[in-house]
Ligand binder design. Structure first.
Ligand SMILES: [Zn+2]
Length: 166
């Protein structure tokens, strides 16, 4: 079954392995950020070693966060490929679940955002700023509807491709 082809550097990975592999996304960050730092694009605040939604501090450094960098560069960390007859029949419901999942995750984890949801020949492609969100979307779909869930991970660049076929 080759429902999606994977570019070089991507290997199949079991979900439980992925948990251990996932590292902090340092996309375009030049080493350790001073605290507090505020992203001028989205207003997220870097505090206690992570990006959070906080009230803007009085005196803060300014640096674009990894999620905004990825969005601007159009370079997603996660891809979720959706396809199959079940999807075709329940498109609206499935997309609703995905957006709902993102809203909840983003509220707590500012770096976890959907970049794009595009219709493809086979179904949909969802791109994310963080691999955890891509994995979470795959898990949420599988939990709600079952189907075939696969993960391919690129350890060099910390990129994840999730395929959900149903
Ligand atoms: Zn930002």
């Amino acid at each position: 079954m080759s429902h999606s082809s994977h570019p070089p550097g991507f290997n199949p990975i079991r979900r439980d392995r992925l948990q251990q592999e996932a590292v902090h996304d340092s996309y375009k960050s030049k080493g350790k950020l001073p605290e507090p730092t505020v992203c001028p694009d989205c207003g997220a605040v870097y505090h206690s070693g992570r990006w959070q939604w906080l009230e803007k501090p009085q005196a803060a450094h300014s640096e674009t966060c990894p999620a905004c960098h990825r969005t601007r560069d159009r370079f997603p960390a996660g891809h979720v490929f959706l396809g199959g007859p079940f999807l075709a029949k329940h498109e609206a419901e499935v997309l609703q679940l995905i957006k709902h999942h993102e809203t909840r995750e983003k509220a707590e984890h500012p770096m976890q955002r959907i970049m794009d949801i595009e219709k493809t020949e086979r179904g949909y492609q969802v791109t994310t700023t963080d691999i955890h969100l891509a994995r979470g979307i795959g898990d949420a779909l599988h939990h709600a509807y079952q189907g075939q869930l696969d993960f391919h991970y690129n350890p060099e660049q910390n990129l994840l491709r999730v395929s959900w076929m149903h």
